[in-house]
Design a protein around this ligand. Structure first.
Ligand code: CDP
Length: 244
């Protein structure tokens, strides 16, 4: 974000460098039940991002001092594989992954009925295999799908989606070049049923009006992304009478 591009990010026809309209998502594919040992899991391919999420629990929280007598503790761990980015990422946690793990844990905690599972932990592993901007929102989308696959009761299946600003235009779902050379990126997590926001971050600058446009764009897209989550669940549980 912030670097100046020596090429146009929006062409004379108003199209983006990958040919998308400002309010268009990158191609998105989802699958559930990809990790056999997990209680729930999901794979999300979103533009150039490839992300696996696996859920374990609710199970007795360990070490014991993290137990909460009133609710489950959701521990999300966001991790980028060393081979997921152009320049090898040094393995292990860094400031960025610690921050993302924290904000993702908080967003997921706001939708799960955690009070139903006192003293337990729900462990959510998010592994980024290939990164192409927007990994935290793709990670949240995969994580909530994995929670649903694990049968964990939630108010809604949360959706992650980013919007931002490139070459002065408010756009949905920034790709890597737009993330690098654009003016703003606003990752969000949204409850598609109500439009409630469970995560809102911002990198760069926008006016208040641009920000509300970006948020509206992401809230609209959340419904579309949610339909793909439901479709992925139905593909696995075809015939089951679930009401997602
Ligand atoms: O991935 P997300 O947009 O949520 O987070 P970011 O910190 O804004 O990173 C944007 C993109 O930069 C990532 O998706 C990666 O493609 C790339 N990146 C990288 O190449 N090396 C890193 N150590 C971190 C991020």
């Amino acid at each position: 974000m912030g670097m100046k591009a020596d090429f146009k990010l929006i062409d004379d026809n108003g199209l983006r460098i990958d040919g998308r309209l400002p309010n268009q998502l990158r191609p998105l594919r989802m699958e559930v039940g990809v990790v056999q040992r997990a209680n729930g899991s999901a794979f999300v391919e979103w533009g150039g991002n490839k992300i696996i999420a696996a859920v374990y629990g609710p199970r007795e929280a360990y070490p014991k001092h993290i137990q909460d007598p009133n609710r489950a503790v959701i521990r999300a761990r966001y991790n980028m594989a060393a081979f997921s980015v152009d320049e090898r990422k040094r393995p292990g946690p860094d400031r960025r992954s610690v921050e993302l793990s924290k904000v993702i844990s908080e967003a997921l905690t706001s939708v799960v009925f955690v009070e139903r599972f006192p003293r337990t932990s729900i462990d959510v592993y998010i592994e980024v295999l290939q990164a192409d901007a927007g990994t935290r929102v793709a990670g949240i989308t995969a994580a909530s799908l994995a929670l649903a696959d694990a049968g964990i009761p939630m108010r809604d299946i949360i959706v992650g989606c980013a919007a931002g600003k490139v070459d002065g235009v408010v756009v949905l779902d920034l790709n890597k070049e737009e993330d690098n050379y654009g003016e703003a990126d606003v990752p969000m997590a949204i409850l598609p049923r109500t439009g409630e926001i469970a995560l809102l971050q911002m990198d760069g600058n926008m006016t208040y009006e641009e920000l509300t446009n970006a948020m509206d764009m992401a809230i609209d897209a959340a419904k579309e992304i949610h339909e793909l989550q439901v479709k992925a669940l139905k593909e696995k549980y075809r015939g089951d009478e679930h009401d997602y």
